[in-house]
Design a binder for this molecule. Sequence first.
Ligand code: NAD
Ligand code: ZN
Ligand code: ZN
Length: 388
Amino acid sequence: MKALVWQGKNTVKVIECPKPKIIEPRDVILKITGSTVCGSDLHLLHGSVVELEKGDILGHEFCGVIDQVGSEIKNHKVGDRVVASFQIACGDCMYCHKKLSSQCEKTNSNTIENAMYGGRTAGMFGYSHFTGGFAGGQAEYTRVPYGDVNLLHLPDDVPDEKGLYLSDVVSTSWNCVVDTGVKEGDVVAIWGAGPIGQMCIDFSYMNGAKRVIVIDQNWRLDYCKSKYPNIETIDFSNLPKGETVVSTLKKMEHGGPDIALECVAGEYPKGWAHTIELMTGLETDTSEIINEMIESVKNYGRCGITGVYVGYTNHFNIGSLMERGIRLIGNGQAPVHLYWEKLLKMIQEGKIDPLKMVTHRVRMEDLDKVYYKFDKKEDGMQKVYVET
Ligand code: NAD
Ligand code: ZN
Ligand code: ZN
């Protein structure tokens, strides 16, 4: 079968690989029909996640048709059309019982590095040996461990192109908004207008936000404004002399926003590789965005972090946080299983349309070229649908 594999720093390739087989009784073999590339995949492309090995198959957002089922799979059958969650949960542990699947105790790889990272991240498809070394779904077939819990049926009225994004981006953005606590009348500021930030716009309005302000650079803000005409924007790379993101927000809204959502992180000021150095504990640093969030929100404001951070940090404004009663919330890797049925219904009812963020449709054979284009943001490439 064809699959997209990591070949070394900044090199990925579509090559022939062996078709996966059932290993465990709860495995499902999925014939992939659609997948996508996530902002998080670029950290892998750059070789910034150290536990990658040459030949690892990438991809953590995918859907498909069931090709084979293990002997203990009772709720799915061959031919069913399904979407996979980006994390691999066992369904049985303490966290899985609460549907907090991103914290699954059984699939957590529990390496020393993972312990420094936080030690509580469930296995993930196509995301290096750091998250369990599971092969990903940018391939013609993949093995889905615990297939009874990690696959959701797609009804006839939800095409693959829409259902696919329940895997990650739709569930992640919903988690960001509800976990941070957006409520009726809130003013919400969103850092990062990538696919995650964009879905957070929809969900903020849906949860009652009266005003949404998005912070990014113009090329992304223009796309956002074309899809969400009601939003206001701040171009952080082109502020008037003497102004900052914080001063601009304070001028736009008395006291600042109620809510700050962090949907960036991959663009950490010194680069993702630097955050790996931080894991050693030898250096400390803080993304400026975290300080911007703490300093700009109203007193008792809430700041949610969905952009991925690792390791230790320092030099953030703890004084402001304490005195002004700011809630700083790590949203975690989104527990997809907690939300995906509800979100599927929203897609069916037309309340959300994930296609809004999709800019390109490509073929599996061209996936390596997509990585390079997506990395350089060529052709306005933002979210692709990979037809397999
Ligand atoms: P993306 O790279 O497409 O978008 C990030 C955006 O942030 C870019 O448009 C960039 O211009 C902007 N940006 C950079 N520096 C900024 C700054 N100083 N202020 C404001 N904006 C800035 O990424 P994405 O796919 O939208 O994902 C966003 C983040 O969410 C990534 O870190 C990704 O790894 C993470 N993520 C988290 C989860 C989770 O479960 N927690 C799941 C998926 C993705
Ligand atoms: Zn992702
Ligand atoms: Zn579990």
